[in-house]
Design a protein around this ligand. Structure first.
Ligand SMILES: C[S@@+](CC[C@H](N)C(=O)[O-])C[C@H]1O[C@@H](n2cnc3c(N)ncnc32)[C@H](O)[C@@H]1O
Length: 359
């Protein structure tokens, strides 16, 4: 039977999309609660009525009430005591507080709301780009996306990067050498560079990013973290790096965003000492396309539709990689950039990522 005429199948699709609507409402409501400081206030200052929460956060009482009620209805917040609408007291359970306010937790999910919140205002541009083949740049997505990206990877760098690298003997040895020069390409908010500097305090770390506000954010983060003496950031295109500068290079979740990744990889190769490695961390997608993919594959196509492919196409010419950069594709880029060795490192259970070593 043609599946499109199968009533049961249509019911299943409708039910599935209805679930997605509820999920979308949850995610977009977390965007409000995160960006308006509502979760933070409930976590730091305790339970609140709608007028109390509005006063504490400088927001509107009627909207705060609607959001608090919606959050209790969907089960993310707890109703502590009932009463007239503006006298109801709401609190944040520990699980919700961790997931939506603790930027050090591996469970921190507020960044995902920020990322899709950033996509909202860009939808008209995205529609136009889908018609014309143009793009929507990272800069156009703005601070919600920037801060979402930085905070999404931050806890993984903070908690897992040192151990992951310590398990790769040669690399660990090189990074541990006093004065070793490390490049962090596409450093974003700088949390990878900061984590590297903590794991390898004698290393000199240089983060570079083409997005000026990200560089400013990284600089501030390094100062606040007390590592500004050994981590520096600069604004620029990694395709224009000077030669023979570094002993190890990293590219954390950025190669798939680049319009011309081969140019960047070639410049990184020349900027490395002979035989020195480039470590690429990128999405751990499947080796090849197949329908009915797992959650990771579905998630990465989601980011690709709304963020990474349009970003990659926002500058021309572009190879238009998208978030779903399969290992063979990266291997081709590396070879075209003049690298001759390509391997997947035995680093597993690191968020959505796979690590590659390229020489
Ligand atoms: C998805 S973000 C990843 C940021 C950071 N590495 C992290 O893991 O959070 C990709 C970053 O690559 C940067 N980028 C893209 N092309 C670049 C280029 N040619 N040179 C330097 N940075 C670039 C973007 O500005 C953006 O900050």
């Amino acid at each position: 039977m043609d599946p499109s005429t199968d009533a049961a199948s249509a019911d299943a699709v409708a039910e599935r999309l209805f679930g997605a609507v509820l999920g979308t409402v949850d995610l977009m409501s977390t965007f409000l609660g995160d960006r308006l400081g509502w979760y933070r206030s409930l976590a730091d200052d305790g339970p609140a009525t709608p007028p109390e929460l509005a006063k504490r956060t400088g927001t509107d009482t009627r909207y705060a009430r609607e959001w608090l009620e919606q959050q209790a209805v969907t089960g993310l917040l707890h109703l502590d005591s009932d009463g007239a609408a503006d006298e109801r007291v709401f609190s944040i359970p520990p699980g919700t507080a961790e997931v939506l306010t603790n930027q050090h937790s591996l469970n921190f999910m507020a960044p995902v709301g920020r990322m899709f919140g950033a996509v909202g205002p860009a939808l008209p541009q995205l529609l136009e780009a889908y018609r014309t083949g143009d793009g929507v740049s990272w800069n156009e997505l703005g601070d919600h996306a920037r801060e979402g990206q930085a905070d999404a990877n931050r806890p993984w760098f903070e908690h897992r990067l040192a151990d992951a690298l310590a398990g790769v003997e040669d690399l660990h040895g090189q990074l541990s050498r006093s004065g070793t020069r490390v490049l962090d390409v596409g450093c974003g908010g700088g949390w990878s560079s900061i984590a590297l500097s903590r794991a390898y305090p004698t290393a000199a770390i240089h983060g570079i990013d083409i997005d000026a506000p990200s560089v400013a954010m990284a600089t501030e983060n390094a100062q606040a973290a007390g590592v500004a003496d050994r981590v520096r950031f600069s604004h620029g295109d990694a395709a224009e790096l000077p030669a023979d500068q570094y002993d190890v290079a990293f590219a954390f979740e950025c190669v798939h965003d680049m319009p011309r990744p081969v140019d960047v990889l070639a410049a990184v190769r020349k900027s490395l000492a002979p035989g020195a490695p480039l470590i690429v961390m990128d999405e751990a997608v499947a080796e090849s396309f197949a329908p009915d993919g797992d959650e990771l594959e579905r998630m990465m196509y989601g980011f690709s539709l709304f963020v990474c492919l349009p970003d990659g196409r926002s500058s021309s010419p572009s190879v238009a990689t998208g978030t779903v950069m399969r290992p063979a594709r990266l291997g081709q880029y590396a070879e075209a950039a003049g690298f001759t060795e390509f391997e997947v490192l035995p680093i597993t259970d690191f968020s959505f990522f796979r690590f590659y070593q390229i020489r």
